[in-house]
Design a protein around this ligand. Sequence first.
Ligand code: NI
Length: 161
Amino acid sequence: MAIRGILTDTDPALRKVCRPVVNFDRRLWDLLDDLKETLAKANGAGLAAPQIGILRRAVIVMDDEDQMLELVNPELVWTRGEQDGFEGCLSVPGRWGKVKRPMRARVKAQDRMGNWFEAEGEEIVARCFCHELEHLDGHLFIDHTDRLYTNEEMEQLLEEE
Ligand code: NI
């Protein structure tokens, strides 16, 4: 296991469509372990393989019990409702934006052995499912917002609330 460097928003790798995972082998397990270790170090809510420069469809999402969910070849099954809130990304450090997302989302994915399963999330977990899955198609949250806020502006907004 190793902590990997996280690519930031001008890196072209973040704009690529990732390829499906086909081999559920040691290389995939190392990738998933590295993603988890890197995410834990960065104290984030989720991390996608392209963010560490690996163009494969694999992401990690923190669930509502703070467990790291491994999602390989994930797809949205359905989404319900809507939420509007601030979002950030480890690949867009120090910037935040208001993004509309579904309030609930259900995904299907494979685990590290290749077995399909489904998982559901609400609020921040639903937001994270949508955010991480779109990384696999080369999209970033900044594509959905006109205005980015700095850390200082965010702090000020939170104080005003
Ligand atoms: Ni992100």
